[in-house]
Every structure is written in C-alpha cells, then in structure tokens.
Design a protein. Structure first.
Length: 131
C-alpha cells in the first residue's frame, strides 16, 4: 500500500486547520498540489488581478518546495478561471515567469465562481518528485 505524506508548508497550517485540506499530498514520486489561490497567509484575497496570480504561483512554489519538487517538476496544470477570456493571457504571462521550459500538460476551464468572492483563478498541479 502506498504511503501518503501530507505536505503542509510553514505558513499554510491554517489551510489544513481552518479549510480542512492539505496543500499537497505526496504519494511515491508524485506530488499532488491542491488548488492554489491568490490569498495571503491569513487567507485574505489579493484584490489586484496580476498580484493575485503572482501570489497564487508563490503559494504553489511553497508547496512544491516543501514536497521536494519545483516548477520544472510539474507534469500537469489544471486551472479554473472565473473570467477566462479576460484573464487567460495575463495568466500565461505570469505562468511564464515561473515555468520557462519543458512546459507541462495544461487544461484551462471556465467556471462561474470559486470558493471565495474576489478569487479569479484556482490552479492545481501534479509534479514528479525524485525519490
């Protein structure tokens, strides 16, 4: 039976304690990163669009690093966009600051709303981790 390791980076304990999910779960050499959001460590939504997307990637970076991975390790990205037509190109610009080569598989889905008003993007990923 595979062993599940919860990945809860320092500063993200409130996600596990208050929202009741792990920011990441590692099983073998795969790291599953929960949907990351553009929130600060107090779970406040970042209001400006680009800053929200940057914070989302910074949050994802924390989980990847805590799980032994990096942006180069990502094999799949799945994004849920509230305003996909408006925001997708800005998302791509921000994404390209963090992922520069060996682009992962990617899916973009338009949704009506996310868990908290003001959130515009939720992004989850799967990364391959060296054992």
């Amino acid at each position: 039976m595979a062993i599940r390791e919860l990945i809860i980076p320092k500063g993200m304990e409130n996600i596990y304690d208050r929202k009741l999910y792990a920011p990441g779960v590692r099983v073998g050499n795969l790291l599953y990163v929960s949907g990351m959001l553009g929130r600060d460590e107090n779970l406040n939504v970042i209001p400006e669009i680009e800053a929200q997307f940057v914070q989302l990637f910074e949050n994802m970076k924390m989980v990847l690093e805590a799980g032994g991975a990096s942006f180069e390790s990502i094999i799949e990205l799945v994004g849920y966009f509230v305003e996909m037509q408006r925001d997708f190109s800005l998302y791509q610009d921000v994404r390209d600051r963090y992922i520069r080569a060996d682009f992962p598989a990617q899916t973009a889905i338009g949704v009506r709303e996310l868990s908290t008003p003001g959130l515009l993007l939720e992004l989850k990923c799967i990364a391959l981790v060296d054992n």
